[in-house]
Write a protein that binds this ligand. Structure first.
Ligand code: IPM
Ligand code: MN
Length: 371
């Protein structure tokens, strides 16, 4: 198959983790006889430096002309402590979500048994955890009207949802639940917020269409607690934009590192695939960032392009590295491997499918040669 993939590497560690995914996609292309054509676009702080715009029109065109988008990370510290900055890297990301109508952000949360020791949570709590968060991505408080009065001492952010916006992501979440353990949890704050009451109403109305899915409702404060107390109870979590942002970072603690979690953002146009971590500027260029969030995002991209066998092989390769403790510094501060070494190991696994005889010394020398 010939597929066009837009590549937006972005800032900080974005380029180096995305480069590992590109190596992995190339290995997949070779093994399965596909052609992936890449087109790179500028986004974020990088794009501001070069064009003055965090989301140049040329980048949007590349995305619209592609079958899928592989996204790295954006953000730069020079904007973080400057609340008065008019142009910000994040506008690139939010602008892209809006322009492509990427309304559903899907974030799977799993736990790897070899990494249980890493989590601040007890093994008995996190073993076997497997749920997915469906976070609404183009509405709510992120995109409502923002105001600051002239004196600068009163600000507001409006939270707005329409039932159509809720319905379209709810359908996706219900369908995902049907393919999984058939349980959907709506996370909201319906005891306080009008928008949350609308979410409940819309979801309740849909239950008749999906009678095989059990639905329950949790207030977000309780949900935040349950994710830590008993995460195995969850199968599909459906929630609005900001609650989803917060609980997905919280849920990453279960896996052991934010660096492991992938995501996909599905909309009405081209879908986008990105790790959930940020640009981690302190690590940029050091070859120490965890590439797994990006590589697993590439696996989700392959699923989206209807290449499930290819996607599974990538996931298998990732699990193999993790189980054999080939991990980056965020996972193991003492015994760790470079970003690029992890990428090479996964490429080797995909190409050879046999990693029994791997030589630790060569890996330590970053050769990852199989002898
Ligand atoms: C995320 C990020 C973004 C968000 C930021 C960088 C705007 O935290 O994708 O989760 O809040 O959506
Ligand atoms: Mn976030």
């Amino acid at each position: 198959m010939i597929m066009k993939i837009a590549v937006l590497k972005g800032d900080g560690i974005g380029p180096e983790v995305t480069n590992q995914s590109l190596k992995v996609l190339n290995a997949v292309a070779e093994k399965f006889n596909h052609t992936f054509e890449y087109a790179e676009g500028l986004i974020g702080a990088h794009a501001i430096d070069k064009t003055g715009n965090p989301l140049p029109a040329a980048t949007l065109d590349i995305c619209l002309d592609s079958d899928a988008i592989l996204f790295g990370a954006i953000g730069h510290p020079k904007y973080d402590n400057d609340p008065s900055a008019k142009v910000r890297p994040e506008q690139g990301r939010l602008g892209l979500r809006k322009a492509l109508q990427l309304f559903a952000n899907i974030r799977p949360v799993t736990s790897y048994s070899s990494l249980h020791f890493l989590s601040p949570l007890k093994t008995k709590i996190i073993e076997g955890v497997d749920f997915v968060i469906y976070r609404e991505l183009t509405g709510g408080i992120y995109f409502g009207k923002k105001e600051l009065n002239e004196v600068g001492d009163r600000a507001s952010d409006h939270c707005v949802y329409t039932s159509a916006e809720i319905e379209r992501i709810a359908h996706l979440a219900f369908k995902a639940a049907q393919q999984r353990r058939k349980k959907l949890t709506l996370v909201d704050k319906a005891n306080v917020l009008e928008t949350s009451r609308l979410w409940r109403k819309v979801v309740q109305n849909l239950t008749a269409i999906y009678p095989d899915v059990t639905v329950d409702y949790l207030y977000v404060d309780n949900a935040a607690m349950q994710i830590i107390l008993n995460p195995r109870q969850f199968d599909v979590i459906l929630t609005e934009n900001m609650f989803g942002d917060i609980i997905s970072d919280e849920a990453s603690v279960i896996s052991g590192s934010l660096g492991l979690l992938p995501s996909s953002s599905i909309g009405v146009k081209t879908a986008l695939f990105e790790p959930i971590h940020g640009s981690y500027p302190q690590a940029a260029g050091l070859d120490i960032a965890n590439p797994i969030g990006s590589i697993l995002s590439a696996a989700m991209l392959l699923d989206h392009l209807e290449m499930p066998e290819e996607a599974d092989l990538v996931r298998k390769a990732v699990s193999w590295t993790i189980e054999h403790k080939f991990v980056t510094k965020d996972i193991d501060p003492e015994n760790n491997y470079y970003t690029s070494t992890i990428g090479e190991l996964i490429v080797d696994y995909i190409g050879k499918n046999d990693m029994e005889e791997i030589h630790p010394l060569n890996i330590a020398l970053r050769k990852s040669t199989i002898i």
